[in-house]
Design a protein around this ligand. Structure first.
Ligand code: GLU
Length: 509
């Protein structure tokens, strides 16, 4: 990699960042870090009509939560700012003028109504309207009108745009780091608007000016921008600037069926398509986020990394540092990457199992236990960590721990009726009363001691384990779930164990 690597993530603040956008940011981040480069955040807000006020904050927060912060950009000025395009108006104006002066751009005065009429005419002839070499001399622009007329219109304050004069009869051979060679016939390109009536550049102009001025070495972005690459390369040529290298990432696809992954797929199948929860301020609609759904950022990022890339080995669990080492654009696929909910949950479950019990306990305590009232041991970190070690195996999310282990913190308030019917037979209360006596005599109330004492007694009386252990568990848990029942008894302690059995006797006999 000879050049100084500088890459940018350049979202438009038009709403919450889709996970496809986070993946683009991630690949840029990985690429930058792998090559000792700089990861830049630039906000492309030239389209005032689509601007959403809280979107910018959301983007920054999403990158932070994902653990892929930018090195340079908004509020991290490094000599290339401002990083918000709306603050760079004068820069674009100057370059737009330069294009016109050099003959690469021209003023076009066609009104929206005129263009609409042309479009309708084309449609009537079953053609698509395209503004380029084949009709530009018939339209109202500085190529068809006299210089005097053009000057007059501009002086009179007529609305105009600046269009790109796309060269004719040329086959462009473009290089994409993921797709290889891409050939484009310039005759099919339209003369894109570069500068708008409102004094703002369009995406195309602002994007390449900024990439040039910010010394971007590699443009890594979504496949939806591949059709714009030809224009961008032509613009670099028009300015006589060296173009960056390009890499267009595969789309994220629906889990079932064809097409791009949309918010609707998420709503239908029950998964978020946004990193963080988002409230649409105008409709008050709330969209769920990976963070709020309980995913760990490391699991989320690991999952995203695999949507369009693979290391070429069997390894699937990668820390961010390992991803940086393993990542390369050569291993990014050309075809769309299908989102897979089961796999997404699998990653989360893997991170849950690998995490430190004490770390999980801390989350369990702050996110769940501390919010409830009157739980036993809800502030005992050591106790909670022990609980986590006993039940974590079956958990994917921290929230699962409550369902899996609430009985470590509270006495069951009811008993699963189906289990009760099976476990609590005639005579069970007498057996349980004897169990209480045995338990009461144990001085060191450890799991092993409880187990030995109860099992010895069962064997001596030739009772059969289920007869005793089923109602025993039902008394402590309220159902048949949970780890080793003697571990539960030891955890909650002698008094609580006995009191729960007594309560069950009272309620179930
Ligand atoms: N503003 C564009 C977007 O929203 C950026 C495209 C690019 O990276 O060139 O995706």
């Amino acid at each position: 990699m000879p050049k100084n690597v500088r890459v940018r993530f350049a979202p438009s603040p038009t709403g919450p960042l889709h996970i496809g956008g986070v993946r683009t940011a991630l690949y840029n981040y990985l690429f930058a870090k792998k090559h000792g480069g700089t990861f830049i955040l630039r906000i492309e807000d030239t389209d005032q009509k689509r601007y959403v006020a809280n979107a910018e904050k959301y983007i920054i927060e999403a990158l932070e939560w994902s653990g892929i912060p930018y090195d340079e950009g908004l509020e991290k000025e490094a000599g290339y700012g401002p990083y918000r395009q709306s603050e760079r108006k004068e820069i674009y104006q100057k370059y737009a003028q330069q294009l016109v002066d050099a003959g690469w751009g021209y003023y076009a005065f066609d009104t929206a109504e005129e263009l609409d009429k042309q479009r309708k005419n084309s449609e009537a002839n079953k053609e698509t309207f395209i503004y380029n070499w084949h009709n530009r001399s018939e339209m109202n622009n500085s190529l068809s009108l006299s210089k005097e007329e053009v000057d007059r219109r501009i002086a009179a304050g007529d609305n105009y745009v600046i269009r790109f004069k796309t060269p004719k009869d040329e086959i462009l051979v473009l290089q994409d780091l993921i797709r290889g060679e891409v050939k484009i016939d310039t005759n099919v390109l339209d003369d894109k608007v570069l500068y708008k009536t409102d004094g703002m550049p369009t995406y195309h102009l602002a994007n390449i000016i900024d990439d040039h001025l910010m010394e971007i070495s590699h443009v890594i972005r979504g496949e939806e921008w591949l059709p714009s690459m030809a224009l961008h390369i032509l613009l670099y040529r028009a300015f006589d600037w060296e173009a960056p290298e390009f890499a267009h990432l595969p789309l994220l696809m629906k889990p079932v069926g064809k097409g791009k992954l949309s918010k609707r797929d998420g709503d239908k199948l029950g998964f978020p398509v946004f990193p963080l929860e988002y409230t649409n301020k105008s409709t008050n609609e709330v969209s769920r986020g990976y963070r709020e759904d309980g995913y760990f950022p490391e699991a989320f990022i690991n999952m995203l990394a695999f949507l369009g890339w693979n290391p070429g080995t069997e390894q699937e669990i990668f820390s961010l540092e390992e991803l940086i080492q393993a990542f390369s654009l050569e291993r990014v696929s050309k075809s769309g990457a299908k989102f897979n909910l089961d796999k997404t949950k699998w990653f989360q479950q893997q991170y849950m199992q690998r995490a430190d019990d004490s770390e999980i306990a801390r989350m369990f305590q702050t996110d769940i236990l501390s919010k409830a009232e009157n739980l036993t041991n809800q502030n005992d970190t050591k106790y909670i960590t022990k609980v986590v070690s006993l039940i974590k195996e079956r958990a994917t999310f921290v929230a699962d721990l409550w369902d899996l282990g609430h009985y470590f913190f509270e006495t069951p308030s009811s008993y699963d009726p189906k289990v009760a019917k099976k476990a609590w037979k005639e005579g069970t209360d007498n057996l349980m009363k004897e169990v209480i006596i045995i338990l009461d005599e144990i001085s060191d109330f450890s799991s092993e001691n409880i187990e030995t004492n109860i099992k010895t007694w069962i064997q001596e009386k030739e009772l059969g384990f289920g007869k005793v252990l089923m109602p025993f568990r039902l008394s402590l848990v309220g159902s048949m779930q949970g780890p080793h029942v003697f571990d539960i008894a030891a955890m909650i302690g002698k008094d609580e164990t006995i009191s729960r059995i007594q309560k069950a006797i009272n309620q179930l006999s």
